[in-house]
Design a protein around this ligand. Structure first.
Ligand SMILES: *[C@@H]1O[C@H](CO)[C@@H](O)[C@H](O)[C@H]1NC(C)=O
Ligand SMILES: *[C@@H]1O[C@H](CO)[C@@H](O)[C@H](O)[C@H]1NC(C)=O
Ligand SMILES: *[C@@H]1O[C@H](CO)[C@@H](O)[C@H](O)[C@H]1NC(C)=O
Ligand SMILES: *[C@@H]1O[C@H](CO)[C@@H](O)[C@H](O)[C@H]1NC(C)=O
Length: 396
């Protein structure tokens, strides 16, 4: 459950994105992560980003089989990108720097993670790389047994996967509360820069599921022992179910707010689902209201998101989903069970009850709160991540 209204956030306002690495020059090894621009600066950046030679990332279209080696090779703004986009099974490895992410179904998906060991999303958001359950997509392997529960859901407007995962499986430090990645960013070049997302799902694939098709609108939260990723169908632009403006509410709350779900620890589900209410819209006293998230966020969100119903859930074991891939153990289990009595929308979900954390002192590394994974199933953690850089995306 979410904290009751009126309760002040005790959660730390941890600025995972609030970095002013006034580093040397933009360099592929270490893309500069800038502080939030002023509206004027953001507008200027947008002009530059849309200018000749620096197209806006989310507007670019590439067939999967015709991706350039780098979508964003430009040494301007935060560029060039850190890794590459031509990824394949031949170069899948623990050191791969693939920045093409594929999300297909409950057993076959990639997530963004840190290229550096013990990474902090706030530090590496511009250069995250793909970690995959399936080597086919050229990412780093998601290690066996690191996913502790998952719900894949297909709706009429998007596919979504939410799960519990060890931070370390994605190169993140154990206490990193993470953050949000999307194809926008203050300069509209995406986090990661040059990051592109594809899916074999027939809603995206140009040939009925043989070749991955591009996902233009997506968002993804990782960190704090949780992940959630949503790929919105290109054909549906309104309402926007993949908004990136609620990214200050990160992690548990980020997943709960942006992708309300029926996730349960130890349970692996493949479901159909109803559409969620677009993020920020809620009904109170018969009135439909829209919440715009203040920046910085200093009060509780005014509503508890409604978890959409899920149906036709198939329950898997971890072994069934990941035996053939990187994630999960190797023994095989019993066949999938059908979902007569499987968890539905009231059965669980990444919800948060207890709040913890301290202070309002933005710090890129100030994750001094208890490790979320220790608290997820019961009390939960409500952690607000003051994401100043990503917050700039609110301007768009
Ligand atoms: C990765 O492998 C694919 C073929 O599977 C190849 O096209 C691509 O160039 C390779 N990328 C790198 C960076 O080696
Ligand atoms: C996911 O898709 C792959 C093909 O890409 C298929 O082999 C696998 O069985 C699917 N898994 C689930 C759980 O649907
Ligand atoms: C969840 O399952 C319970 C028991 O099967 C059922 O009573 C309830 O209506 C279901 N809720 C939703 C939202 O599907
Ligand atoms: C899931 O359950 C296992 C076993 O009960 C526990 O060790 C683990 O901490 C739990 N993980 C999460 C994310 O709640």
């Amino acid at each position: 459950m979410l904290p009751s209204q009126g309760t002040l956030f005790a959660a730390a306002l941890v600025a995972v994105h609030c970095l002013s690495h006034v580093a040397a020059e933009p360099h592929a090894e270490n893309p500069i992560i800038t502080p939030a621009p002023t509206p004027t600066q953001a507008f200027a950046a947008r002009q530059v980003a849309g200018g000749s030679g620096t197209p806006i990332l989310s507007t670019l279209t590439f067939p999967y089989t015709a991706l350039p080696s780098q979508v964003y090779p430009f040494p301007v703004l935060r560029g060039p990108q850190f890794g590459y986009n031509q990824c394949g099974v031949a170069n899948a490895s623990a050191t791969a720097n693939c920045q093409t992410l594929v999300i297909n179904n409950a057993s076959d998906f990639c997530l963004w993670g840190s290229p550096d060991p013990n990474g902090d999303i706030g530090d590496v958001e511009a250069k995250v790389v793909s970690y995959c359950t399936n080597p086919e997509w050229g990412g780093r392997p998601i290690p066996a047994g690191s996913i502790h529960g998952l719900q894949f859901m297909r709706t009429s407007a998007y596919i979504q996967i939410v799960g519990f995962i060890d931070n370390t499986a994605l190169g993140l430090g154990p206490t990193d509360q993470g953050g949000e990645l999307d194809p926008h960013g203050a300069d509209l070049q995406g986090n990661p820069l040059g990051g592109v997302v594809y899916s074999l799902d027939t809603n995206f694939s140009p040939d009925g599921g043989k070749t991955p098709g591009q996902v233009h609108n997506w968002n993804l939260f990782v960190g704090g022992g949780v992940f959630c990723v949503k790929a919105c169908f290109n054909s549906i632009t309104s309402p926007d179910y993949c908004q990136n403006v609620y990214d200050l509410v990160a992690l548990l709350v980020g997943c709960e707010f942006n992708m309300p779900n029926a996730l349960q620890n130890g349970t692996y589900l493949d479901c159909e689902g109803d559409l969620q209410t677009p993020v920020g819209i809620y009904v109170t006293n018969g009135q439909t209201l829209t919440w715009s998230m203040p920046d910085p966020l200093t009060t509780d969100p005014p509503y508890t998101p409604v978890t959409p119903s899920s149906s036709q859930c198939t329950t898997f074991s971890s072994q069934q989903l990941f035996a053939g891939g990187s994630a999960g153990a190797s023994s095989s289990g019993p066949g999938p069970t059908s979902a007569g009595a499987s968890p539905n929308s009231s059965g669980g979900g990444v919800t948060s009850g207890a709040k913890t954390g301290s202070g309002t002192n933005p710090s890129a590394t100030g994750n001094s709160r208890a490790l979320a994974s220790a608290n997820l199933p019961t009390g939960g953690l409500l952690v607000v991540v003051g994401s100043f850089f990503a917050g700039a995306t609110m301007l768009f």
